[in-house]
Design a protein around this ligand. Structure first.
Ligand SMILES: [Zn+2]
Length: 123
């Protein structure tokens, strides 16, 4: 289900990806943590799709938040590539347009999301 309506959402996601990349580089550059200079080099030479892996275990605080968001945005863009955008990653039902407009990186439908929030194990 890939409709014209979803195109602005993709543009939004791509813009957020660019912003996140910029933020992550800024945080890594501004930090005086020693191993970050090496990390920065890696980030600048590797595609963004590998960034969550590169950041894994190295990020804390704000960088960890950015890393998680980056993973979400990349996953949503991946859904676009596969033509699955707007479908719940858990149960394949359609995610409501309201939820997608609120956050285009939403990967779960309202039902699965509330189950997750309530701590129900849905894996
Ligand atoms: Zn679902």
């Amino acid at each position: 289900m890939q409709t014209k309506d979803q195109k602005p959402l993709k543009i939004k996601l791509e813009a957020e990806l660019a912003q996140l990349s910029h933020d992550i580089i800024t945080v890594v550059t501004a930090s005086n943590q020693e191993d970050y200079s090496q990390l920065r080099l890696l980030l600048l030479t590797q595609p963004q799709s590998l960034w969550p892996e590169l950041l894994e275990g190295k990020s804390c605080g704000i960088l960890k938040q950015k890393q998680h968001r980056l993973e979400q945005v990349l996953a949503a863009l991946g859904q676009f590539q596969m033509g699955l955008f707007g479908l719940c990653a858990q149960c394949d039902s359609a995610i409501s347009p309201e939820a997608l407009n609120h956050d285009p990186a939403t990967l779960l439908c309202d039902q699965c999301l509330s189950q997750k929030r309530n701590g129900v194990n849905i894996s």
